[in-house]
Design a protein around this ligand. Sequence first.
Ligand SMILES: C[S@@+](CC[C@H](N)C(=O)[O-])C[C@H]1O[C@@H](n2cnc3c(N)ncnc32)[C@H](O)[C@@H]1O
Length: 254
Amino acid sequence: MTIDFSAPHQRLRFNTPLSEARAQQLLAFVAQRATGTVVDVGCGWAGLLLRLIELKPTLRGLGIDLSAEAIAHAKTLVAASSAGAQIDLLCGDVKANLPAEVQGAICIGASQIWGSPVEERQPLAYAAALAALRERVKPGAPVLYGEAIWSRPPTAAAVAPLSGRLDEFVSLPDLVDLAWQQGFALVQAHEANQDEWDEFESGHQAKYADWLAEHGVDHPDAAQVLSRAQGQRAAYFRGYRGILGMAYLCLVAV
Ligand SMILES: C[S@@+](CC[C@H](N)C(=O)[O-])C[C@H]1O[C@@H](n2cnc3c(N)ncnc32)[C@H](O)[C@@H]1O
């Protein structure tokens, strides 16, 4: 049975734990170094790409995402922006649609594009993602790469609601090494703080609150909604909170 929840863009700024202030810092790095076209792979509803082009309207933006719902919302945001004419949005698989060359790239929480399907529960494909991005840019081009990491050594309770593996993610020092190994130099390293995580996770969990407030706890589907809400809050608050982290690396191709 499918239950209709409110779309994530109604509750979240970005589909990643990221404050507006940190987003502006990261985008200033890309804007300062990029010319030409910047691609955002797995752009979601293109919140970052839109801010980037508003910051530097001489750039062109290309956002690609598999989710028709996210791209539809991105199109409404882009249409309402003065920078909208500078942005192309494409609903499809990045692997089939990524141009051979771009002058900058954003890849946030989207390394799985170059890995095995999530259901296979393999370690995240950081190296493959970094290599694919590096292949598309010339030396000097900026790449903003954001990905999940272990902020602290994972516990059994933390990994259980994720892939169940201790090696699904790497630590920040290991991720930085991987970026250098794949042909990038690090300019800035950021890690999402607890407030950014709590805001992000609460934003995802608020879909249950929205649904229950609209339909009531006597609705025939309410038991299922309550059970899913319980599972998700246990996964975070009793599981990976403070252990699963998110790194944002400002990289330059070398
Ligand atoms: C964690 S979300 C991040 C969204 C966005 N980068 C942001 O920061 O708001 C990952 C996104 O990657 C997209 N995605 C996953 N696999 C993809 C693929 N093969 N091609 C295009 N998009 C993909 C998902 O639809 C999702 O929107």
